[in-house]
Design a protein around this ligand. Structure first.
Ligand code: 3HC
Length: 494
């Protein structure tokens, strides 16, 4: 079906971005808002985005004018009479969506497609508000809409045959990649992203790690474009909270219970970038640099203890190259005892065995360039600071983690991968679609299944088992599919 003109109802950040995406692809846009003020605000967002593209040399002034010329602002629904598709991008409240769908039913031609960009409500419940639920689909874009390439196309049991495929074609015409899914809370991307973000808030709230270390663990440790706490601010803490509530309602389980801190921040109006303050402040506050790692003198002699293996050997040679003396005997004098640590093993028993537990920390190079400094109950503050200086001397970004399974990178990553594996195990999405969704919707350089391969299925299984044994939370129990994959891999030749 030919789509020449669309209506975008609601010009908040997402709506303005979606209107821009359609207009950039040569499609006329009727931009609808409740009143003139809201319309002016929404067009301001859109104009700022286009101006940014012009200033970066991505768009010429003439192209900007052409795109802008395709957008017809309208403070009311009647302008949507002739459109081929109308998409609502309004707050996630079912009564508002119902009202909009009733209006669209009234003004739009019976052939027009009605789409919802809902991220948390069920598309079926939105469709049920239409007189013609067979023409309703979910068309879920990602923030920032002009940049993120994924569109989740969601069909319900009521959706007409072929409609999802037609909307997927439209998404391709917009330069996006569609993933077609059924109507389940969070679809693919949000159902995986939100529990991971929520867990990051729990780690912050419980003092497991600092804000900056949590975000650095995700960016430098996993390779994600943004840390989870910065991403929460981008999405909006209020939006994130409401998605979590829906996920919790549908799936139950601790991963979806919103962290109390998230609720408090939303209640305090600290909803993220849009309110100027969330977990971070916008624009960034001038925080004094924590010069600890630089101020602390690096160790001249380090006792290195470990199970052997590549990590320990690399640590030893990097330390030697940086001019640090290495001894293996804890009885020899040294400035620091470093236990080469793995995320499924506790550091403390090895530290106690050295007889110098206060001098000992764990060190785990979680990714090239990123060291987790693992503090046990016995580690002294001085040894933690010396370990920071050692990491800096080796050119590693250090993040602090307690001596708990997964340390910091694994604590974020392993349950996230388990969620992805469970989604495939449940038959909701294929692994390739999960990877596509997270790469194109959330900017992951590799999808969860590629990350699983990179981390090693056995290591992830061991990490999850250790987390499950430590906390008893069923969310950390390794999914059977993961254990099967490890068994198959072990049993196959080569
Ligand atoms: N609007 C328009 N364009 C934007 C933009 C915005 N808000 N933010 C960034 N851009 C553009 C820039 O103009 C730039 O374009 P160019 O390369 O053509 O010049 C490009 O994006 C890259 O921007 P920057 O160089 O400023 O910044 P980064 O390289 O750091 O990338 C990012 C920014 C694209 C936001 C990247 O950090 C990223 O991919 N983050 C993950 C975002 C994510 O996960 N989104 C999904 C959230 S979940 C969701 O939306 C679902 C909902 O239901 C909750």
């Amino acid at each position: 079906m030919e789509i020449r003109e669309v209506a975008v109802v609601g010009l908040g950040t997402m709506g303005a971005g979606i209107a821009e995406v359609f207009a950039r692809s040569g499609i006329g846009v009727v931009a609808i808002e409740v009143d003139q003020d809201a319309l002016t605000r929404g067009l301001g967002i859109l104009d700022a985005s286009l101006a940014r593209a012009v200033s970066r040399g991505r768009l010429s002034q003439a192209e900007q004018d052409e795109i802008r010329g395709r957008i017809r602002p309208a403070p009311g629904f009647s302008a949507a009479a002739g459109v081929d598709l109308a998409i609502e991008v309004v707050p996630e409240r079912i009564e508002i969506k119902r009202q909009i769908f009733a209006e669209l039913d009234r003004v739009c031609s019976p052939d027009a497609i009605l789409a919802t960009n809902t991220s948390s409500l069920s598309v079926t419940s939105v469709a049920a508000a239409s007189q013609h639920p067979h023409r309703v689909v979910g068309m879920h874009f990602f923030n920032p809409a002009p940049v993120m390439r994924l569109v989740e196309v969601v069909s319900t049991v009521l959706t007409a045959d072929g409609l999802a495929a037609a909307v997927a074609d439209l998404a391709r015409r917009l330069g996006k990649t569609p993933v077609q899914v059924g109507d389940r809370a969070g679809f693919v991307a949000n159902a995986l992203l939100l529990p991971y973000l929520n867990h990051a808030v729990t780690l912050l709230e419980t003092g497991y790690a600092t804000r900056d270390d949590i975000d650095a663990a995700a960016t430098a440790g996993i390779g994600l474009p943004m840390g989870p706490l910065a991403l929460l601010d981008l999405i909006g803490l209020d939006t994130s909270l409401s998605i979590l509530e829906v996920l919790h309602g549908e799936f139950g389980g601790s991963r979806y219970v919103p962290a109390p801190l998230l609720r408090r921040l939303v209640a305090a109006g600290r909803t993220g970038r849009k309110s100027g303050q969330g977990i971070y402040q916008y624009p960034a506050a001038d925080t004094p640099q924590d010069g600890n790692a630089l101020a602390e003198p690096g160790p001249s002699t380090v006792t290195l203890i470990g199970p052997g293996g590549a990590q320990e050997a690399e640590l030893a040679s990097a330390a030697a190259a940086a001019g640090v003396n290495i001894t293996r005997n804890p009885a020899h004098p040294s400035d620091l005892v470093v236990i080469a640590a793995t995320p499924d093993q506790r550091v403390l028993p090895a530290a106690i065995e050295t007889g110098r537990a206060a001098d000992a920390v764990g060190l785990h190079v979680a990714a090239p360039g990123l060291a987790e400094i693992v503090t046990t109950r016995a580690s002294s503050a001085a040894s933690v600071a010396t370990a920071g200086a050692l990491a800096a001397g080796l050119g590693l970004r250090a993040v602090g983690a307690p001596d708990r399974p997964g340390f910091l990178v694994g604590a974020l990553l392993y349950p996230h991968l388990a969620d992805a594996i469970r989604m495939v195990q449940d038959g909701y999405a294929a692994a390739a679609d999960v990877d596509t969704a997270m790469m194109l919707g959330c900017g992951y350089p590799q999808g969860p299944f590629q990350l699983l391969d990179k981390a090693g299925a056995q290591a992830v299984l061991d990490g999850l088992r250790a987390m499950h044994a430590a906390y008893g939370d069923p969310a950390f129990a390794p999914p059977p599919l993961l254990a099967e994959q490890v068994t198959v891999a072990a049993g196959l030749p080569g």
